[in-house]
Design a protein around this ligand. Structure first.
Ligand code: ZN
Length: 101
């Protein structure tokens, strides 16, 4: 099946395509103080630390998991999840020479 699957809510969005998976939202957080990425909205070291939501991509043919914090994605509203996801996909497309087969 090549049909993409899209899930969207107030605080996350995901796009699953056959060879790639893209996510933005609260489930991937980067602590601005510790610099660590964790699953969730809170820093595992200190709940007072500020955590940024992140864009996350996994693509067939790219070994690394791509993580981009919301501050780099642009836009002003962290809840504008569609804009953030599109920006993240744009970063991926700009960085990698993806080929269509
Ligand atoms: Zn922290």
């Amino acid at each position: 099946m090549n049909k993409p699957s899209i899930g969207i809510n107030d605080d996350y969005i995901c796009l699953d395509a056959k060879n790639a998976s893209f996510y933005y939202g609260y489930e991937v957080g980067l602590c601005k103080d510790c610099g660590i990425v964790d699953n969730g909205d809170n820093c595992p070291n200190d709940s007072d630390h500020e955590v940024e939501w992140c864009f996350k991509a996994t693509c067939k043919g790219i070994d690394e998991v791509i993580i981009i914090p919301e501050s780099k994605l642009g836009g002003s509203d962290r809840f504008d999840v569609t804009e953030k996801l599109l920006a993240g996909i744009g970063w991926v497309l700009a960085k990698y020479n993806l080929t269509i087969k």
